[in-house]
Design a protein around this ligand. Structure first.
Ligand code: S3P
Length: 168
């Protein structure tokens, strides 16, 4: 079984790297947000607007449970998914979790022009929000089996870390 699960804050590049990795490993790529959007028939921002965050988090949980049936894939999950209840424990059971770690300043640069796609970023002081949320969320993200800093966030970097993990 080969399930690689990418986690990290919004803007950390999970989807981009996930797609590249899936291609390289010839595995299917699954993105939790895209799956929810498909099932609900509307973008994440609209789901938040119409049904609220609690509803969205419930959909995320359902996605994870349905994924147990697919044995090989690269999965990228929304930034808030690992930070609910016991989701990190569940993710660690489902596959090899990889946290893409970036400094708040880099996340800020990446997210500055992407706010309307992300409902949580709409009316906030962006840098302050990132610093505070990241601090709260790292308690969860740090439970990942592999933590990658910027310089290792390439397909080669991930493959090397997976190899090291398998040997240990
Ligand atoms: C969220 C991250 C988003 C999306 C939703 C909530 C979060 O996914 O799931 O807007 O709580 O951090 P990305 O991390 O792919 O942007």
């Amino acid at each position: 079984m080969s399930r690689i699960i990418l986690i990290g804050f919004m803007g950390s590049g999970k989807t981009t790297l996930g797609k590249q990795l899936a291609k390289q490993m010839t595995l299917p790529f699954v993105d939790s947000d895209q799956l929810i959007e498909k099932i609900e028939g509307m973008p994440v921002s609209e789901i938040f607007e119409k049904h609220g965050e609690t509803y969205f988090r419930e959909r995320e949980k359902e996605i994870l449970l349905s994924i147990e049936e697919i044995s090989d894939m690269v999965l990228s999950v929304g930034g808030g998914l690992p930070c609910q209840e016991d989701r990190m424990e569940l993710l660690n059971k489902l596959g090899t979790t990889i946290y893409l770690r970036l400094m708040p300043e880099i996340l800020f640069q990446r997210l500055e022009n992407e706010r309307e796609k992300r409902p949580l970023l709409k009316d906030v002081d962006l840098l302050q929000f990132i610093v505070q949320k990241l601090e709260e969320r790292e308690v969860y993200y740090n439970k990942a089996q592999i933590i990658l800093d910027v310089e290792d966030q390439t397909v080669d970097g991930v493959l090397k870390s997976l190899e090291i993990l398998q040997k240990s």
